[in-house]
Design a protein. Structure first.
Ligand SMILES: [Cu+2]
Length: 140
């Protein structure tokens, strides 16, 4: 990207943020919750998160391992599908992210129903030794 274009984008972002703060206030209930999950030695850290229902969760997923992983969140039906047929790459679903070695991904997920949603790496041999975590969605 040319430097001029990059500066233009930064200025546009600043204008957008300042405009949002001035006009909307940016304090509405739908403001995203920022969260980060790191993968280290085939473990999710943290493995337990609690988030509110109906609020976008802006996640940064950081893979510190020199091997690929994946982050798939959902109910048990989702996990059973992936256990029996792991896709090599996930691109379209915010709840299914491929995490390249020493890379990161950003995704935003909104959980509409309270409950526990596990997130798991379904690459062969990763779930059984503990590459599992849980997002607890609070609220009524
Ligand atoms: Cu993995």
């Amino acid at each position: 990207m040319r430097e001029q274009t990059r500066v233009g984008l930064v200025v546009a972002c600043i204008v957008a943020v300042v405009g949002c703060l001035a006009v909307v206030g940016c304090t509405d209930a739908a403001s995203p919750v920022i969260a980060r999950i790191t993968v280290d030695h085939s473990r999710f850290l943290p493995a337990l998160l609690t988030v509110p229902r109906g609020v976008p969760i802006a996640l940064t997923l950081i893979n510190e391992d020199p091997i690929d992983h994946e982050w798939i969140v959902g109910d048990e039906a989702v996990h059973e599908r992936h256990r029996t047929g792991t896709e090599p790459a996930h691109q379209d679903r915010p709840t299914e992210q491929t995490l390249p070695a020493l890379g990161f991904k950003r995704t935003t997920v909104t959980f509409e129903a309270p409950g526990d949603y596990r997130f798991i790496c379904h690459l062969p041999g990763h779930e059984a030794p503990g590459m599992v975590g849980t997002i607890t969605v609070s609220g009524s």
